[in-house]
Design a protein around this ligand. Sequence first.
Ligand SMILES: Nc1ncnc2c1ncn2[C@@H]1O[C@H](COP(=O)(O)O)[C@@H](O)[C@H]1OP(=O)(O)O
Ligand SMILES: [Mg+2]
Length: 317
Amino acid sequence: MKTYLTIALQAVEQAAKICQQVQAQLVEEDSLTKKDRSPVTVADFASQAIICKRLKEAFPEIDIVGEEDAQSLRQDENREVLNKIGQFLPDWSVDQILDSIDLGNGEPGALFWTLDPIDGTKGFLRKDQYAIALALLKDGQPVLGVLGCPNLPFNGQADRGTLMYAIKGEGAFTLPLGGGEAKQVHVSDNDPEDVVRFLESVEAGHANHSLQGRLMAHFGDRAKAVRFDSQVKYAVLARADADVYLRLPNSEKPDYREKIWDHAAGALIVQEAGGTVTDMFGKPLEFNHGKKLMANRGLVVTNGKLHQKIIELLNRG
Ligand SMILES: Nc1ncnc2c1ncn2[C@@H]1O[C@H](COP(=O)(O)O)[C@@H](O)[C@H]1OP(=O)(O)O
Ligand SMILES: [Mg+2]
């Protein structure tokens, strides 16, 4: 597993550098809009190209299930975006860029990678938080997870981003982006009688803030809301800077199913830091139903001590 970890960390580091460069110079034309109207940027594509290329060089036989594909970039109308990606990958030919992005068109199987090259694209566009999320799944369970969080200060140092990783059964660790010593992380110790820090999406459309608000009311003044974009929320909880992360289905999209690349890495990291991850009914996440968590609804992530209480409150009818 150590070889997988080394390559995964290198790939995420490399992608994070490009994402930081793009974010620093971001203009509106650097993004295009997908069919579901969600945005995708130059950096999403560059990140996926870099990570897929690195993984395939090292592990040619392992499929990669990435969030993006190059179909839209192959259309003339998006030539500008493709050219811009080329500026950030100066040694790459156009075909190399397109083909590397499409290395992420693999299918979930017994052993595969899943990649969100930029999770929280809306946060990225706001020059706020985003994550690069990569996980290795074996027999339907994440066994290795890496989260690159370029705008999440490492140890309070604003100029250093955060990397987090976990190997199943071996704990969760953090180190600064750019290199440094890895330190083990543990979730908080807070119980239902303490202050309870709730993580939620910045984007109101991505979760049911009002249902979450009603649940928080149970804890009165002790409930605090903390908003972050992306899987950065998992990293914040794993290092004990928050206690609960809820993703409750939004009434406008009651049938929404979570995507595997949005949760595989983060869920493993929180579990290895001592926390608990289930859906809103307390059922463990099942990663063996294709690209979506078809057998689960919503998400409840806690430090473990709060889990039962939250599930109880959510399901008391
Ligand atoms: N209705 C929805 N319910 C839950 N998650 C959603 C919904 N719409 C989009 N998302 C996902 O929320 C994630 C970002 O979450 P956050 O706001 O917490 O950072 C994205 O991966 C996005 O998926 P997608 O990338 O497919 O649009
Ligand atoms: Mg995502």
